[in-house]
Design a protein around this ligand. Structure first.
Ligand code: BGC
Length: 382
């Protein structure tokens, strides 16, 4: 059923058809140096750059602000390109009102209850920005920071190294954290993210990426028809503030069972307390594979209308699936359309929410001398 784009492009090459004639540009399959252009300026005059890169049929645009994926284009089953990630066409909207569109998330992705945790007997109070809780690293997380971006080409890969140093005490987190995130486009058009960090004091770290996917194209309407599979027998139920109760509940017999492929919309209106809390799906799945040394399967998403597919593999133990519940029609996206509830979904590979306060969850503590390393790979097809 699913044709890998590699096969399509190989067949096209044999037939003398170029990637450009399939709807891409000549370098979409070539792998060349990323191109830098000015995207805009922050209020204080700081310049924000946009890096454009392409390889294996995937085209990616990344901002130095927040490491944001501003656009990600892949072809559909007819070779027609669309941007499949939500975003804005200007920096002002990103600064004023972005719900983390395409951003790098840190120092701690997802929620920490009451913005508090203790490490080695010392209590820490973080910046609180989601009711009484801390979400995605606090009021000014990594999504709102300027990253140093360094382009590279290596063999057939093309990519960007993004560097950010988070100082001791930033948003309340202990320790200076040096972060390096590498975005790679492979010759097959896969988008790989490698996260690395070191610290000079014990701290907590949970880095992720917050792309809002709509495989039919951003601004094209609801994702409730997208088909999704998540290989996880358990998830972490939450309270009304979306903080995990600590239980690893079975998905069997609940709307959270995506072990067999079903549409996002199939059970989203089931009367279920957890769905009420999240205003839809906004939960963390405990992936059956757990923490792995190499990226392993975490989710498969397919849009039947375009035929586009996205497979996610990760080294991380968790996946936050958020069904775009808080998009409320007030934001105008890249293509000029408003974004309404359910117009995109996020699949955030991560450690579990509130891990610093949940001794039974896999640890998110990073100590001096240790290397934080996680990887997530996105594979596109049609
Ligand atoms: C969270 C949602 C939150 C959204 C922010 C997601 O990662 O799970 O609860 O509203 O980010 O836009």
């Amino acid at each position: 059923m699913e044709t890998n784009r590699r096969t399509v492009l190989a067949a096209a090459a044999a037939a003398g058809i170029t990637a450009a004639s399939l709807g891409g540009t000549a370098h979409a399959t070539g792998g060349r140096t990323p191109v830098k252009s000015l995207f805009g300026k922050l209020a204080d005059g700081t310049k924000v750059y946009r890096w454009s890169l392409a390889n294996g049929g995937t085209k990616l645009k990344v901002l130095s602000y927040g490491g944001i994926v501003q656009s990600l284009e892949v072809p559909d089953r007819h070779g027609k390109y669309r941007n499949i990630s939500l975003g804005f066409d200007n920096i002002e909207d990103y600064v004023a009102s972005s719900p983390y569109f395409g951003a790098l998330i840190g120092r701690f992705g997802n929620r920490i209850a009451k913005g508090r945790f203790s490490l080695d007997g010392t209590a820490h109070q973080l910046s609180v920005n989601d009711g009484e809780n801390t979400l995605h690293g606090g009021a000014k997380g990594f999504d709102k920071r300027i990253w140093d971006v360094e382009p590279f080409t290596k063999g057939s890969d093309v990519g960007l190294h993004l560097h950010y140093t988070s100082i001791d005490g930033e948003q309340g987190f202990p320790g200076t954290l040096k972060v390096k995130v590498t975005y790679t486009l492979t010759r097959h058009g896969d988008w790989r993210i490698d996260y690395a960090a070191t610290t000079d004091k014990a701290t907590v770290v949970n880095l992720t990426s917050h792309v809002y996917w709509n495989l039919a194209g951003e601004g094209s309407g609801s994702i409730y028809d997208h088909e999704l599979k998540i290989p996880a027998a358990r998830y972490t139920p939450v309270d009304s503030g979306l903080i995990p109760t600590g239980e690893l509940a079975r998905v069997a017999g609940t709307p959270f069972d995506f072990r067999r492929t079903k549409t996002v919309g199939e059970d989203i209106r089931v009367a279920n307390q957890q769905l009420l809390y999240g205003k839809g799906i906004d939960h963390n799945w405990a992936l059956d594979k757990g923490i792995t040394a190499k990226p392993e399967h975490a989710a498969t998403l397919r849009d039947p209308s375009s035929g586009r597919t996205l497979k996610i593999a990760t080294t991380e133990p968790g996946l936050q699936f958020y069904s775009g519940n808080f998009l409320d029609g007030t934001l105008v996206g890249t293509g000029g359309h408003i974004y309404r509830q359910g117009d995109a979904l996020c699949l955030e590979t991560q450690h579990f929410p509130d891990s610093p306060n949940q001794p039974s969850f896999p640890s998110t503590t990073l100590r001096p001398g240790q290397a934080y390393r996680t990887s997530t790979v996105h594979t596109f097809g049609a």
